[in-house]
Design a protein around this ligand. Structure first.
Ligand code: NAG
Ligand code: NAG
Ligand code: NAG
Ligand code: NAG
Length: 426
């Protein structure tokens, strides 16, 4: 932009000489500025955990400072995408970013100094005096559990409370945006217009599930459709059977020149040869319900059989003594959303990884025997032992060994070119 001083963004693996030479074409005089020096990198669900070695990051910084360049580190302090606030990228396919944004940064997600911080301070001290005061120590950490959760009930059982104003009716499905549901989940419902005796393909044209759909027929979970990944299920049902599709917005595109990214069902679903119409849209206020539940001891599920598909689990538990930061570990759970004392910690996706624990700041917990409450919305499968644990260290680097393949269809997503350089600005 004219009148603005030009700067560049690059990481330790990039060729500094080449990039600053290019910058000089735009700014022949004035300071060399790296406005985003990448100390680490972010993670996507289903991909390996990103790290940048201490030696690479310090070497890159030292080289820049030797040139007299100015530098801003991104990230200097790791963070967390609490609630539904993670972004996503489009690199040939839709890639949502994990809840943790620890980033392998010099100060961790939990606010603690890491070896990278001290090594960077040593580099800076070669060029200018650094303050010698004491550094704040790491926050106290805490272990707890295992805590066994109990079943609260199927999401569909709470529909009246999750959508108190009732559904919106429309012949064709409407997007989240069209009904002003800015994040989270929306339920789409219609009824089968004839009996389907044989397993029959059910799909949404044009890769039109944004971003993940949990499909139920008469309340029985049938499986998942996922943008770029899984485009078909086989369904049966009777005339008048209830077809429910819970759609998850997995995060908005946070980078790219054309980031229009409507959420929900972007095309009417097709069952066999029939275009399904006469939809009801239930925009869900799940957080309001969980907050309303938060002080209550919920009743146990009274039926012997656990329901299948999107289901709430919960447990109240005391913490004796003081509290510390902790990391919620959900072994064997599949994918969902989790709240502590009504606060939405974010998404978990244990099956996919690499993130296995969610950061729980100590300020969310009640000390000295007061009751704390955890609530899970598990979207798929529950482990035999519905337990969670609180660990004193994060686990961010465990990717499922299952190899995921994506749909090779030409879609709006696959048309955009992959980025030539590292992305910025998440
Ligand atoms: C970095 O770029 C410069 C200028 O283009 C080039 O001369 C040099 O060989 C490059 N270094 C590496 C390691 O690629
Ligand atoms: C991810 O990590 C595994 C185990 O270290 C490795 O075998 C695999 O090649 C990595 N995948 C990518 C895409 O880097
Ligand atoms: C931008 O994305 C929208 C929605 O995917 C698409 O209709 C449009 O053609 C795209 N525009 C450009 C310039 O790529
Ligand atoms: C994950 O990180 C921990 C802690 O840095 C390390 O001990 C472990 O070997 C790593 N595991 C994998 C699979 O990379």
């Amino acid at each position: 932009l004219q009148g603005l001083y030009t700067t560049v963004d690059f990481g330790p693996a990039d060729n500094m000489t080449k990039i600053f030479t290019l910058l000089r074409k735009y700014e022949p005089h004035g300071p060399l500025v790296n406005s985003e020096y990448y100390t680490g990198w972010l993670d996507y669900w289903g991909q390996n955990h990103s790290t940048r070695s201490v030696s690479a990051v310090t070497k890159g910084l030292e080289n820049m400072l030797k040139l007299g360049a100015s530098v801003n580190m991104y990230m200097f302090h790791g963070g967390t995408n609490f609630g539904y606030w993670n972004g996503a990228d489009n690199k040939g396919r839709f890639l949502p970013i994990t809840t943790s944004y620890d980033y392998d940064a010099p100060i961790s997600e939990a606010g603690d100094p890491t070896p990278k911080l001290f090594a960077l301070r040593d580099v800076i001290s070669k060029f200018q005096e650094v303050p010698l005061g004491p550094l704040p120590p790491p926050n106290p950490k805490m272990m707890l559990g295992p805590v066994t959760l109990h079943l609260v009930g199927h999401l569909l059982a709470f529909l009246d409370l999750l959508c108190p104003h009732g559904p919106i009716h429309s012949i064709l499905p409407m997007t989240f945006e069209a009904v002003k549901q800015d994040r989270g989940f929306m339920l789409y419902r219609t009824y089968m217009t004839h009996t389907i005796f044989e397993p029959t393909p059910f799909w949404v044209p044009n890769n039109g599930v944004h971003d993940r759909a949990y499909v139920m027929v008469d309340g029985v979970f049938q499986g998942v459709l996922e943008r770029n990944m899984r485009d078909k299920l086989f369904l049966m049902g009777k005339l008048g059977s209830k077809l429910d599709i819970l759609v998850e917005n997995m995060g908005r595109l946070s980078f790219g020149s054309n980031s229009s990214d409507f959420k929900g069902l972007l095309k009417p679903p097709i069952l066999g040869q029939t275009i399904l119409t006469q939809w009801m849209m239930f925009p869900l206020k799940i957080d309001n319900l969980v907050k309303w539940w938060f002080p209550l001891q919920l009743p146990k599920w009274p039926y012997p059989q656990a329901p299948s598909g999107p289901t709430f689990y919960s447990k109240t538990f005391p913490i004796l003594g003081s509290v510390g930061d902790t990391f919620l570990y959900l072994p064997g759970w599949t994918k969902g959303q989790v709240w502590i004392n009504g606060f939405n910690l974010g998404r978990y996706w244990t099956k996919q990884g690499p993130q296995q624990t969610l950061y729980v700041p100590r300020f969310l917990l009640f000390p000295r025997g007061a009751l704390n409450k955890i609530t899970l919305l598990e979207l798929e499968d529950v482990p035999l032992q519905p337990q969670v644990q609180f660990l004193d260290k994060p686990i961010l680097n465990s990717t499922s060994t299952l190899h995921r393949t994506h749909i090779n269809s030409l879609s709006a997503d696959t048309l955009s070119a992959s980025e030539p350089m590292e992305l910025s600005g998440h």
